[in-house]
Design a protein around this ligand. Structure first.
Ligand SMILES: [Zn+2]
Length: 311
């Protein structure tokens, strides 16, 4: 992969851009492992933040960026899912901010703690005390940023067991969390391929005009087609591999990624195939896979090289 030569120093700094009146997307390129997006919705008397970031330094930078666009109190923080790149920085807003997430988001954060940090030993995560959601819900929750309606819709299991999208109907704007990777490989280790396809149906029915993806540049609904095509490709490949009795890692190694070869972090194919195999065997969506083995196999897929993480 040509991008493996990049270093953190070559990455552009994070940007905060106004994607709709008073609504900001915080974009951390290139959107690869742990370089996630977040957001901020500024109302008349208060602001609400969508997700945080993955290291102490990035959490402080995001907090400063929010403070640069509004001096209003941040009354709510919505976590789109439990992964550390979206939640490690919650501590910068706790305890005065209500942290909102799916009930399984809170459960998984408490169970995992900061375990994800050990998977990326090259990253200086700093000190990020775990701050899980203090307000949880199971299906839908509507919040109001003063008079602006924001619908929080559970669409998991998909990328994880606890995926939530934030839909702002008045602006036809969606914060998609990691249901949408723009330019990155979808990652279904903790979720479900079938569930993710269902989640895309839900999002398409909303008919968003603009999407803030969990990783990569702000985009339109056309990116949903790429995510769907990739997941279909994984499912089709897994069906073939299972029929031939080939293990996911061997199947991945011999696979031509075709139009998906340009997506960042292609090694996610290996856990994605394991997830597809589990579903094709009839196992429940979101049932935990052996995470340590999955990360080991991604390393093997990369020829023994550590995962490229520039956080
Ligand atoms: Zn994620």
């Amino acid at each position: 992969m040509s991008s493996s030569a990049h270093t953190t120093a070559e990455l552009p700094p994070p940007t905060i851009e106004e994607v709709s009146d008073g609504i900001f997307a915080y974009i951390q390129l290139d959107g690869s492992w742990f370089l996630n997006n977040a957001g901020c919705i500024v109302g008349k008397r208060s602001a609400t933040v969508i997700d945080s970031t993955g290291t102490e330094a990035r959490a402080r930078a995001f907090h400063s960026a929010v403070r640069n666009v509004t001096g209003l109190p941040v009354s709510m923080l919505v976590n789109t899912h439990s992964h550390g790149d979206h939640t490690h920085g919650n501590f910068m807003f706790a305890p005065q901010t209500a942290i909102i997430g799916h009930e399984r988001c809170r459960r998984e954060m408490l169970a995992a703690g900061n375990a994800a940090m050990a998977l990326f030993p090259m990253v200086d995560f700093g000190d990020c005390p775990v701050e899980p959601p203090t307000v949880t819900f199971s299906d839908r929750l509507t919040i109001y940023v003063d008079d602006l309606e924001v619908q929080l819709i559970f669409v998991g299991p998909a990328h994880t067991t606890n995926d939530v999208v934030a839909w702002i109907p008045e602006r036809r704007l969606l914060f998609a969390g990691d249901i949408v990777f723009n330019g990155g490989t979808p990652f279904a280790l903790g979720g479900s391929i079938g569930g993710w396809l269902d989640a895309l149906d839900v999002i398409e029915a909303l008919a968003p005009e603009r999407i803030v993806p969990g990783h990569g540049l702000v985009c339109g609904p056309e990116v949903l087609r790429t995510v769907r095509a990739y997941l279909d490709f994984v499912f089709d490949t897994a069906r073939r591999g299972m029929a031939d009795g080939v293990e996911p890692l061997a199947l991945a190694r011999d696979l031509d990624l075709r139009e998906f070869a340009s997506l960042l972090d292609p090694e996610r194919l290996v856990p994605n195939l394991h997830r597809a195999y589990a579903e094709l065997r009839g196992e429940p969506r979101g049932k935990p896979l052996n995470g340590a083995r999955m990360f080991q196999e991604m390393l093997e897929y990369n020829g023994g090289q550590p995962l490229r993480c520039l956080a």
